[in-house]
Design a binder for this molecule. Structure first.
Ligand SMILES: Cc1cc2nc3c(=O)[nH]c(=O)nc-3n(C[C@H](O)[C@H](O)[C@H](O)COP(=O)(O)OP(=O)(O)OC[C@H]3O[C@@H](n4cnc5c(N)ncnc54)[C@H](O)[C@@H]3O)c2cc1C
Length: 422
């Protein structure tokens, strides 16, 4: 695989990590994105957490009950819009079929394994390609409002611990000693769980930094170019054709186009059960304000408040609504509510300064774990479908894929992640 090189389509976290991992092993790479730079899609303003601790897929056993219960409720953590149903039909059935206890546990184990490998890879890359992305290694903390919810959270953490995810259960006093910024809401909280090995950082800055580090290693970055189709030759994918008509030949093509991966893959007869699950964030300038030193997660709301350097971001919630990118005021209000709940003393000042609202599409694979590796079509590889874990799994996914493609070492087994129907 050495004459025409490798084309990576999509420069979000998955594509930028793939390009970097390939380039640092000496491969010739062209990285293409239709946006005017890296990290402009789902990777732009996510919740900023690297959380092997949250490896449980969202299609947990009983998810259908929650979806029915929450139908039409704008304050629901997970909202299914009925008009999106036709586009979800087969995928929706697969999403539900994968919510059996055994499929759920299998996906957790896969995500944890990849998540821990990813954290290890991040640690290595951070040293090697030093750039600022407001990164922090203080862990993440889940907070609970009732004793029963806290005990349940600790029990859940114990099952993750069996897979290698470290945690500490903190009662209210221990929680406050560890994170004094929560003092104003102490009376409302029963306890917390701290995951010390989780990390955080700005995903967009990371994707930009990594693509610049890749360019320094010879990767050709083509921004503002849409890949219109895959070039097929004798049954193999041999390059891509841009909207401009230009053909870029390749020995191999990596599809890292997030929620948009299924359409391009289908041109090569590869079916990827990936659909967009919309989420929101608001980022506030927070200079001079007291902030928590680590992300605070509200598990019930599927939402988090994350300090990012001199900013703070509230992000989360899930909406099944196709590629509708309108900012729904009610969904944004849910995040404002979380801000008021977690940082009541600072919320007013943050709102006065004004936050930047954003929405993005998590690329959700029906099986609850991403598709990474070789497809049945020679020359075509995939790195997509990371759902709510795309930041967590980015570095490990890129590194494992590069090892596979270049026949480097096979110490990380990608077999269970093979792109196939769910
Ligand atoms: C609100 C929210 C909060 C989140 N919080 C977290 C979190 O805390 N931790 C976590 O781990 N994950 C989180 N996620 C998930 C994570 O952000 C995503 O899984 C991740 O960004 C997906 O990265 P990607 O590279 O696969 O896709 P993207 O970032 O969407 O990148 C795909 C790229 O492909 C490009 N593209 C598409 N089609 C074409 C084409 N035809 N030609 C050229 N380019 C093309 C797009 O322009 C885009 O840049 C969150 C997501 C959301 C929405």
């Amino acid at each position: 695989m050495r004459q025409a090189g490798i084309v990576v389509v999509g420069a979000g976290l998955a594509g930028a990590a793939s390009a970097y991992a390939l380039a640092r092993r000496g491969a010739g790479v062209t990285l293409i994105d239709r946006a005017e730079g890296a990290g402009q899609g789902a990777s732009f303003a996510n919740a900023g957490m690297l959380t092997p601790s949250m490896s449980d897929p969202w299609n947990a056993p009983g998810v259908w009950r929650d979806l029915l219960r929450w139908l039409g409720r704008e304050d629901a953590p997970m909202l299914l819009r009925l008009r999106a149903l036709p586009g979800l039909s087969l995928w929706g059935l697969q999403f539900l079929a994968n919510s059996s206890r055994s499929a759920f546990e299998r996906a957790i184990a896969l995500n944890v394994r990849l998540g821990l490998f990813s954290i290890e890879t991040m640690d290595a890359w951070r040293k090697e390609a030093a750039f600022d992305y407001d990164g922090a290694c203080a862990g993440t903390m889940k907070i609970y409002r009732s004793e029963a919810a806290w005990r349940e959270g600790v029990a859940k953490a114990e099952t993750m611990a069996q897979l290698g995810v470290a945690f500490r259960g903190l009662d209210r006093d221990a929680m406050l000693a560890f994170e004094p910024a929560l003092a104003p809401i102490a009376d409302e909280l029963a306890g917390a769980v701290h995951f010390p090995n989780d990390q955080s950082g700005d995903a967009n800055k990371f994707a930009v930094g990594l693509s610049e580090a890749s360019a320094a290693r010879g990767v050709v970055c083509r921004w503002g170019e849409t890949v219109r189709r895959l070039r097929l030759d004798g049954g193999a994918v041999t390059g891509v054709v841009l909207a401009s008509g230009e053909t870029i030949p390749a020995d191999a093509v990596v599809l890292a186009t997030g929620a948009y991966a299924p359409a391009l893959a289908a041109q090569a007869g590869v079916r990827l059960p990936i659909r967009p699950v919309k989420g929101y964030s608001i980022t506030y300038p927070a200079e001079g304000l007291t902030l928590p030193r680590l992300p605070i997660v509200d598990d019930v709301l599927h939402a988090a408040l994350t300090p990012l350097g001199s900013r703070v971001r509230v992000a989360g919630t899930a909406e099944f609504t196709g590629f509708d990118d309108r900012l729904q005021p009610r969904r944004i209000d849910n995040l404002r509510g979380l801000l008021r709940q977690v940082l009541p003393a600072q919320a007013e000042e943050l709102e006065r300064r004004g936050g930047a609202a954003w929405t993005g599409f998590r690329p959700m694979h029906a099986r609850g774990a991403p598709a990474i590796g070789r497809t049945a079509r020679p020359g075509l590889y995939v790195n997509a479908g990371h759902g709510h874990l795309g930041w967590t799994l980015a570095a490990g996914s890129g590194e494992a894929l590069a090892r596979l493609m270049l026949g480097a070492d096979d110490s990380f087994d990608l077999t269970p992640f093979e792109p196939r129907a769910a």
